[in-house]
Ligand binder design. Structure first.
Ligand SMILES: Nc1ncnc2c1ncn2[C@@H]1O[C@H](COP(=O)(O)OP(=O)(O)OP(=O)(O)O)[C@@H](O)[C@H]1O
Ligand SMILES: [Mg+2]
Length: 248
């Protein structure tokens, strides 16, 4: 491979690689965004699970929104056994779930908050198991801790750059709020990510919704510009590359 050829990381989501020239560019930061319940957490964990099982790439899961127990239980429904990966040293889970409890504090109340502690914890796990994939679900939950948007942008940038510096591919999830929250955290994340994938679960009639997926951007890649059908099956998330979503 030449120095300028892009090494692709298989996503582990059937059908998705075909939309993005074979996978995410290795060492990049990818944002998986969508409204509540669109499948972000499932996609992120499937990326880690199949990364380990099919492609032999160890991963680190940083969870801020759900306790590890709930994630493991939900992923088992798709026959993805995260515990067995942990036992094999192919997955490390960083449990930061309780941070949600204090999410009521207003922006500006943490004058000297930064992400260097979080970075040290993550890098410790990355180095210990030789992780090639890292998931943070969801970084934006920490946004309220920063005094200003500029500091937040700077801190998010440092964290993501330092995680990916040695070649790990980073997947961040972000909830697109139903109403604009005013903070614009999503804009910052979308800007610092080199790829943005958006998941939808749109109403298509009075009685039904339909899931779909869009690759909004992927630097260095000739990606699909259509919105494709996606389903959550008994085996997890699957994308139909040839099928254009009926809701769009
Ligand atoms: N076993 C399953 N089979 C089919 N669909 C499922 C299954 N488990 C979950 N789902 C669907 O996936 C949704 C949850 O997906 P997920 O937790 O990945 O969403 P999310 O985008 O992370 O949501 P949030 O923003 O709340 O974190 C559920 O609301 C349900 O619609
Ligand atoms: Mg989630």
């Amino acid at each position: 491979m030449s120095d300028y050829e892009i090494d692709r990381v298989k996503t582990g989501i059937p059908g998705l690689d075909e939309l993005i020239e074979g996978g995410f560019p290795r060492g990049d930061t990818i944002l998986v965004a969508g409204k509540a319940g669109t499948g972000k957490t499932i996609m992120a964990n499937q990326f880690l699970y199949y990364g380990a099982v099919k492609y032999n790439e160890p991963g680190v899961l940083v969870t801020l929104e759900e306790p590890p127990r709930a994630i493991k239980r939900n992923m088992l429904r798709f026959n993805m056994d995260l515990d067995s990966l942990v036992q094999q040293g192919m997955l490390a889970i960083v449990d930061l779930y309780p941070s949600k409890e204090v999410a009521r504090v207003n922006i500006g109340e943490y004058p000297s908050f930064d992400l260097s502690g979080l970075e040290a914890i993550i890098m410790n796990h990355v180095n210990k198991i030789g992780a090639k994939r890292v998931v943070i679900d969801t970084l934006s939950i920490l946004a309220y801790k920063f005094r200003s948007r500029d500091i937040l942008r700077e801190e998010f940038f440092k964290l993501t750059a330092n995680i990916t510096r040695h070649g790990a591919t980073l997947l961040l999830t972000s909830e697109i709020p139903a109403q604009d929250s005013g903070l614009g955290v999503f804009d910052i994340e979308a800007f610092l990510a080199s790829g943005v994938v958006v998941l939808y679960n749109e109403k298509i009639s009075d009685t039904s919704r339909s899931r779909s997926i869009e690759v909004l951007k992927l630097r260095g890649s000739k990606h699909s510009s259509r919105i494709h059908s996606m389903r959550i099956t008994d085996e997890g998330i699957r994308v139909w590359p040839g099928e254009i979503s009926p809701s769009h």
